[in-house]
Design a protein. Sequence first.
Length: 314
Amino acid sequence: MILTVTPNPALDLTWRVDRLIEGGTHRADAGAARAGGKGLNVARVAHAEGADVLAITTTGGRVGQEFAAELRGSGVPHALVPVVAETRRSIAVVDESLGDTTIINERGSNPTDPEWAALLAEVVERLPGTRVLVVSGSVPPGAPDSLLPMLIAVGRDAGVPVIVDTSGPALLRAADAGATVLKPNAAELVEATGITDPVAGARSLIAHGTELVLLSLGAEGMLAVTASALVHARLDEPLTGNPTGAGDAGVAACAVLYAEGMRDPEQILRRATAWSAAAVLTPLAGDISPRWTELEQQLLLSYPDPASFRKDPS
């Protein structure tokens, strides 16, 4: 089983407009509302592709009731930990003319210490039989610094690989705590490490003890970095669409392969890049296009010199 934890869930609201004009008034058809947050998106994709999953997160307030009702209707197996604070919202506005998406994320409210303890206890209870633990997404402002290391520690103590997708100082805490796989994007990597060279930044996380770094490069594809390997995967031409769940689909691919015992970084990179690309072709985060098998066959793989990713200082 793949166990996902979403520390800062959100009710994802998506509207599509003909063209987004700054300061303008827009009309749109009814938007879509979906229980989200990065870990939930991972669980949705893995579940849709036939994996055994369980998604754990918190829910609270009026928004949390809508969140819980949508998640029940989705069919994704889940366990919800009740909290007093209102579940946050995430708003995506898709510009149909440009293929761009503008996102506004509420920061979220920090659960109390007893509520965090209840979340951790739920994870510990579900770990027997778990093949992979995924901790994905931001943490609410004010969340204890120990939260992410504790989640990683209980996974490691159970002998379960832990995949983490987060940002900021939490990314370094995850590396120090021994996360098996980290999945930052290029901006998050620079923010966390202060290193502008993406390969050097990724290898700094490896030096902290991480086994594999999957580094999202947006339209330029993805890198897989280990202590001894560097592989780059991309499509010949970037796709247009909604990229909001692309990274989550990549994490789902990694989790599914890890649950099957796969550890080859090239194979993991292939699947993660294909699922990420396939997510761009769907309107909502948490879905991927069935074209992913075709996209996987179209990938261009290379084994570059690390210097090729360094930015020209001029």
